[in-house]
Design a protein around this ligand. Structure first.
Ligand code: GDP
Length: 430
């Protein structure tokens, strides 16, 4: 049985918490895309952690945590992250790394930095972790697979060949010092020695696990709107954020994915550039940002303040549809308890016409939000465990949004902890 936990919007919806919670009943948790450029924040019995590369199952003794082939693997960061857990008394997790995962190279990170410098004001707001240059090289077929670290001759030849190519850019476009292939090879030897004990033929491992009836959880990074095909191109990430890609980025049959939990936050936030129709500004945004999440809406990796907005039914309906949602986990609802009235974006006005279907990027840039105000509940809903015990206006908010997006809200998260969850029977659940 394979389940996926993915985001409906721009990321930061609280997927880490939902995955950590669902990992309790999973045997395997696997990251299938993205790199260390985004982070999941998890609060559990060991404390508060920001994970960047490790799957959110690392806190349980019974789960195997896997870095899938679709991930952009930064080897030193992976080991730093493991150490940051064990330093805080988390038992050493059981980790496997796909032999087909590719490696974020030191020059990918440099290229990201140099390109952002070159673009200056016109930059995409990259986190400069080398993710875009990494995926460009993967598809240009000059990336390095983990398995190649163990083929010395090939490694040496390829390192020289790739440095020659990269140095054209380094010297002539960016006017920076050239790469030294011998030094790079040495770094790759270090990477090889670090990763060697964990390398695994992951698709074969998963095939066996499925035959044994194990439960596998696919953990996505970011959300639908950052998908390179279906998101707000070009303000997207470089690998697919969709549950469907879980089959590829882990090495599983697509028909094995039976449950797709799409995480939607009760309001919106986004990082980086790009159209954000329900965005709010000034004091209204500051207040929501500071009350948001668990200790404010600031990037888990970068500390950047996130852009804030009201819940966007148009974007979320689209986000859920592209994921193939079977269940919506509606998160961070407790944060909205301070508002008298809660605006919700129910449509986009584009060139004088109102639509509820999410458009392509050029049209999106012109969209103005159509807002509807719902009454607030003005109480703290943390600690509530039964749906019926939520204030009437709070249930009204949930049911209104469910009606707008058309996917069943079966989980409601009302706090950052593992137990802050309310299960709900939805009339839309098939
Ligand atoms: P992810 O990348 O999708 O995992 O999202 P983040 O790591 O940005 O998580 C969002 C933040 O909200 C984190 O600080 C979580 O601890 C916190 N969080 C998750 N669910 C809830 C919730 O229901 N209520 C509150 N108040 N905070 C939550």
């Amino acid at each position: 049985m394979v389940k996926a936990v993915v985001g409906a919007n721009w990321g930061d919806e609280g997927k880490g918490k939902i995955t950590d919670m669902m990992a309790e009943k999973a045997d395997i948790v696997i990251r299938f895309q993205g790199g260390a450029n985004a982070g999941h924040t998890i609060v559990n019995d060991y404390g508060k952690f920001a994970l960047h590369t490790l799957p959110s199952g690392v806190f349980y003794g019974h789960t195997t945590s896997i870095i899938g082939n679709g991930v952009a693997l930064n080897i030193p960061l992976l080991f730093q992250e493991i150490k940051s857990l064990t330093d805080r008394n988390v038992p050493m997790p059981r980790i496997l790394v796909s032999n087909r995962a590719q490696i974020v190279m030191p020059y990918h990170i440099l290229l990201d930095q140099y390109e952002e410098e070159r673009l200056a004001g016109k930059s995409f707001g990259s986190t400069k972790s080398g993710i875009a240059p990494f995926y460009s090289d993967k598809f240009a077929k000059i990336g390095f697979q983990v398995s190649e670290l163990f083929e010395e001759e090939l490694l040496k030849e390829k390192t020289e060949r790739v440095c020659q190519l990269k140095n054209v850019l380094f010297e002539h476009l960016y006017h920076k010092p050239a790469l030294d292939p011998a030094q790079l090879l040495e770094t790759l030897h270090e990477y090889r020695d670090m990763v060697a004990p964990y390398v695994c033929d992951v698709s074969l491992y998963l095939d066996q696990a499925l035959k044994e009836g194990k439960t596998i959880l696919l953990e996505g990074q970011l959300g639908t709107l950052k998908d390179p095909d279906h998101g707000i191109y070009p303000m997207v990430t470089s690998s697919s954020t969709l549950a469907a890609y879980g089959a590829i980025g882990a090495g599983l049959p697509p028909y094995e994915i039976k449950e797709i939990v799409t995480v939607c936050k009760a309001y919106s936030s986004a990082v980086g550039a790009g159209a954000f129709v329900s965005e709010i500004f000034g004091e209204e945004a500051d207040e929501l940002r500071n009350r948001g999440g668990d200790g404010g809406e600031y990037g888990a990796t970068t500390g950047r303040p996130r852009r804030m907005g009201w819940f966007d039914c148009v974007a979320s309906k689209y986000g859920c549809r592209l994921q193939g949602t079977t269940d919506v986990a509606f998160t961070v609802l407790d944060v909205l308890g301070y508002l008298d009235e809660i605006p919700v974006c129910v449509g986009y006005e584009i060139d004088g016409e109102v639509t509820t279907e999410f458009p392509v990027t050029a049209k999106l840039e012109k969209a103005k939000p159509v807002l509807q105000k719902l009454p607030g509940w003005k109480t703290d809903i943390r600690g509530i465990r039964n749906y019926e015990e939520l204030p009437e206006n709070c249930r009204g908010y949930i049911e209104f949004i469910e009606g707008q997006i058309g996917y069943p809200i079966t989980m409601i998260s009302n706090g950052p902890g593992r137990n802050d969850i309310i299960y709900r029977k939805s009339p839309l659940k098939r």
